[in-house]
Design a protein around this ligand. Structure first.
Ligand code: PHE
Length: 490
């Protein structure tokens, strides 16, 4: 064949042929080209409206193997006649078979020859006769009737194989013709989302955490180092003026670590930390046991051993306490403790009965603001701005109790889906018993607030069971399929 399988060559052959005659038949114009090749070339031209085509099916008679032999050697009867003619005196059937060398040919041939009736038939009758004698069979042949399309031209315009950055930047993609690699022509889909990349994916908790971090940074907070899950009872409870008999310190609520058996006394963790930790430790003992800073205290024998027991931290407020104690050791040029804003978002542990909304571990979002002249109204306003940045509005505040804050407020928000007010956070103004023991000035006021990261994440991702969000039952597909960034703020 003069044509190879390159549709490039074939397309221009088709265009040339159409230029001379319109329509053309693929079977007549390109008898040697395979069905697949001609179809591919036609699809390519049709996708640009350069041709139109329709499929034509017709029946074609095909010689059976027996007929092929007849074409090569003559009919059976002719061969029998010839053998008999050559023998002159005639042949026995046995001899005839030996002479012809084929049993079937001999049998069919002599039958025909004896019949002697040589008749001329017309085409259709001949085909029917030959089919009956199993010399012909019919076969379906598919070809195309090809006509010029509305955009017929002799030349194919340049086709782009890839959508490149250059095409996008120049805007040329709007008019460019793209090469179609499929047998079914489809235009480039510029609205397609692209193939799934099966790349790593961030857990929803990480994404919401990132949103909170961004809000904190924008509001001038610095992140606290929370990279230790084990704390002493001192930082987790005593520093926060939580009495040693408080139910939160019970085994039912707190996980205790047995090995090592106890913590060191609090001490500086860096060289810059010039705070007197021994003095602080004694201040905490005194404020619990005897009262100090104008407080009568709890009046119980405070146990150092109890305060040095190791716990899995039950809240990140343990870190806030250590940070505020360090802050108390800092001074500005005018000798004042500088205002500060700290936040953290990390894991905490509680000995909870596991159910649809509780796990033994969760993530706490925590913030503290230390400044002068702060008021309770200022805390409420701050919470409105903070939650407003997450799309949570119309807050309600409810008086609450924490051993380390006074006053304390639980924060509620109306949940449209659940059609009720739900608790979204806890907050308050830290007590002087806590702050003055650290050495913070009397006129410094410190706000504190905390919330779980899981609660807003569950609301935003429509999850009703916390076990679908955290732990071994999490569906990895759920993590993979969620968009990398949430653009809605609800
Ligand atoms: N520690 C509190 C909790 O776990 C949150 C909180 C932090 C409340 C700081 C007041 C001040 O819920």
């Amino acid at each position: 064949s003069a044509y190879n399988n390159s549709t490039g060559d074939l397309t221009s052959q088709i265009l040339q042929a159409l230029d001379k005659a319109d329509p053309i038949s693929s079977a007549e114009a390109f008898p040697q080209v395979t069905f697949e090749a001609i179809k591919a070339a036609l699809d390519r031209l049709a996708s640009r409206s350069m041709v139109t085509y329709e499929q034509v099916e017709r029946e074609e008679a095909l010689l059976e193997p027996e007929a092929e032999e007849i074409v090569a050697h003559g009919s059976h009867e002719a061969r029998v006649f010839e053998a008999v003619r050559k023998a002159l005196d005639g042949l026995t059937l046995q001899d005839l078979e030996t002479t012809i060398g084929d049993k079937t040919v001999t049998k069919l041939g002599q039958g025909k020859a004896f019949k002697e009736k040589w008749i001329k038939k017309d085409g259709t009758k001949l085909v029917a006769l030959l089919k009956k004698r199993k010399l012909l069979k019919m076969q379906k042949v598919i070809s195309f009737r090809i006509s010029k399309g509305p955009k017929f031209a002799l030349q194919l315009v340049k086709e782009e194989t890839d959508l490149t950055a250059e095409l996008i930047v120049s805007g040329a993609w709007k008019t460019a013709t793209f090469r179609i690699a499929h047998t079914v022509p489809e235009p480039y889909n510029f609205n397609a989302l692209g193939a799934d990349q099966r790349a790593g994916a961030l857990h929803p908790l990480n994404k919401v955490r990132q949103e909170f971090r961004q809000i904190f940074f924008e509001m001038g907070f610095t992140e606290m180092p929370t990279n230790q899950f084990v704390e002493s009872g001192f930082w987790n409870f005593d520093a926060l003026f939580v009495p040693q008999q408080h139910p939160a310190r019970d085994l039912q609520d707190t996980f205790y670590v047995s090995d090592p058996p106890k913590a060191d006394r609090p001490k500086p963790v860096s060289a810059e930390d010039k705070q007197d930790y021994d003095e602080y430790f004694q201040n905490v003992r005194q404020v619990h046991q005897d009262g100090k800073y104008g407080s009568i205290g709890y009046r119980y024998p405070w146990s150092e051993d109890e305060s040095l027991r190791l716990v899995l931290r039950t809240h990140t407020t343990a870190i806030s306490a250590a940070m505020l104690h360090k802050l108390a050791g800092q001074r500005t040029k005018d000798g004042r403790v500088p205002p500060a804003r700290y936040f953290s978002i990390d894991r905490v542990f509680r000995n909870e009965t596991v159910d649809a909304t509780h796990l033994c571990e969760f993530h706490q979002v925590e913030g503290v603001i230390a400044d002068y002249g702060l008021t309770l109204g200022g805390l409420m306003e701050f919470m409105e701005i903070f939650f407003g940045a997450m799309g949570v509005t119309d807050l309600r505040f409810k008086p609450a109790y924490n051993p380390y804050t006074e006053p304390s407020m639980e924060i509620f928000s109306y949940h449209k889906g659940l059609n009720k007010l739900i608790e979204i956070g806890n907050s308050g103004i830290f007590r002087p018993e806590m702050l003055e023991a650290m050495g913070l000035p009397k006129d410094m006021v410190v706000y504190g607030f905390g919330l779980s990261l899981e609660r807003p994440t569950m609301i935003k991702y429509g999850i009703s069971n916390i076990r679908e969000l955290l732990g071994h039952q999490v569906d990895l597909n759920f993590v993979q399929k969620n968009p990398a960034v949430r653009l809605d703020k609800n």
